[in-house]
Ligand binder design. Structure first.
Ligand SMILES: Cc1cc2nc3c(=O)[nH]c(=O)nc-3n(C[C@H](O)[C@H](O)[C@H](O)COP(=O)(O)OP(=O)(O)OC[C@H]3O[C@@H](n4cnc5c(N)ncnc54)[C@H](O)[C@@H]3O)c2cc1C
Length: 419
């Protein structure tokens, strides 16, 4: 018998120590549950490490929007474009791709926006509660989210995405010319206008936040174990056996929070879900010579640039190639040219590249809660482009559900079997 097999099962075993698993472990522990947190890597080294760091309490516009399909062909053939699809992966990708395009139906958009915002809205309050006392409170900054446009006419608040935000009282302001340069002096004058989303947060080191919170969770008694999870096996009494490379781990209740890898694990139980690995890249300019005051979204290029502790980080791209395919770092190197056009004075010589998979659902709403057909098994994955932001509320929801609390959200939009 291995060491793991002999240990008393925790009340809840969380699979995956990305930001979602870490926040879930913290919220469970706050409610008095004993918690084991399993990952093959140290905490926060998947998608949660290299993201753009935007903490966006107002995120309510999904990736799939009406009319987007018209831009897809030109993006796919442009080597500097925001989307890449490896040809051999096309047959695997297609069913998800079709669902993604269908999710843009206008009559479903308001429900999607509300389901997203229920998770994004409380992000800063819960993060600040979690990070208090870790000594890393400085990793979360207040600011605005600057969406920049080359053509001033495109900063148009009557466009559907901005209308959806206005309908939800998102604090917005359009700035042009010199007023924009006052907000972000390093930005090229080629960018004529921006929409500012106010009352935002940003992370100066997203992986550092995850690690600080994981350390806090461990100091509160969460049992972090390094192991590679191979299989989930139901036991007769509603309990679980988690088969890992370090032996079997007995579990009473299991939360699957393995990001883009969650679908593969659940397929072993015959559970299918519309999850795709939407691989993103970043390039960090370690000696940039310029400072950006806020997170800046290049709306046409669909990437975000932000000053962080390690330098200026540019993050974006949606590459579909399968979760474990080798990275194509040309996708990251493209950012050097694109960022130089945005910030002419930036030094792009000293760079670090990275790739990580967003766990993406067709409608940008994650899979949360009970997994039908199984007892004591819960989903907490599929947070796509906004998982850093949605993680704290996700943790609260999962912990509340397991504790039998009355939840302040309707769980219907998050059902794993909705597609
Ligand atoms: C380029 C880019 C930019 C982004 N920008 C933002 C942003 O600005 N704001 C925002 O809110 N979100 C952003 N996101 C999205 C966000 O990063 C993700 O949604 C979020 O990190 C997902 O967290 P997670 O915990 O579900 O997954 P992950 O962080 O990927 O964690 C999954 C964990 O599961 C573990 N695991 C997987 N398989 C196994 C196994 N078999 N055995 C053991 N362990 C396993 C992995 O090691 C990993 O630690 C961005 C993402 C990318 C890629």
């Amino acid at each position: 018998m291995t060491e793991n097999e002999s240990s008393e099962p925790a009340d809840v075993t969380v699979l995956g120590a990305g930001i979602v698993g870490i926040c879930t472990a913290l919220s469970l522990r706050e409610r008095g549950f004993t918690v084991a947190l399993l990952d093959r890597n140290p905490p926060a080294e998947g998608a949660s490490y290299g993201n753009a760091g935007s903490l966006s309490p107002w995120s309510c516009v999904p990736q799939s929007m009406p009319g987007l399909w018209k831009s897809v062909p030109k993006w796919l053939i442009d080597p500097e474009g925001p989307i890449a699809l490896r040809l051999g992966y096309l047959p695997t990708f297609l069913p998800w791709g079709v669902r993604f395009l269908r999710a843009a139906r206008r009559d479903g958009l308001d429900a999607i926006a509300d389901a997203m915002m229920a998770l994004t809205r409380p992000t800063l309050d819960i993060y600040r509660r979690h990070i208090a006392g870790t000594g890393r409170e400085d990793l979360i900054r207040d600011g605005v989210y600057v969406h920049v446009y080359k053509n001033a006419a495109d900063a148009d608040l009557s466009a559907l995405g901005w209308r959806m935000r206005r309908d939800r009282q998102v604090p917005l302001e359009v700035v042009k010319g010199d007023a924009l340069r006052e907000v972000e002096p390093a930005l090229s004058p080629e960018f004529e206008a921006a929409v500012l989303i106010k009352q935002q947060g940003r992370a100066l080191d997203p992986g550092g936040i995850g690690k600080a919170l994981a350390e806090k969770a461990q100091s509160m008694g969460v049992d972090f174990r390094r192991c590679s999870i191979d299989r989930l096996a139901p036991e007769a009494d509603g309990a679980w056996r988690i088969e890992t490379d370090a032996g079997a781990v007995p579990a009473k209740r299991v939360v699957v929070a393995m990001g883009a890898w969650s679908g593969k694990l659940l397929s072993g139980l015959g559970v299918t879900c519309a999850l795709e690995a939407e691989r993103g890249y970043h390039l960090v300019f370690r000696d940039p010579g310029v400072v950006l005051n806020n997170a800046i979204m290049n709306v046409d290029g669909k990437f975000v640039v932000s000053s962080m502790n390690a330098g200026v980080r540019c993050a974006g791209t949606a590459e579909f190639a399968g979760v474990d395919a080798p990275p194509d770092y040309r996708r990251a190197q493209v950012f050097a040219r694109l960022v130089k056009r945005m910030f002419p004075d930036i030094n792009v010589d000293d760079t670090v590249e990275w790739m990580g998979p967003r766990p993406s659902t067709p409608d940008s709403v994650p899979f949360l809660g009970d997994i039908p057909g199984f007892e004591n098994l819960y989903a907490a994955f599929g947070h796509g482009h906004t998982g850093l932001t949605m993680a704290p509320k996700t943790g609260e929801i999962l912990a509340g559900l397991i504790a039998g609390e009355t939840l302040d959200v309707d769980m219907t939009p998050y059902r794993i079997d909705r597609f």
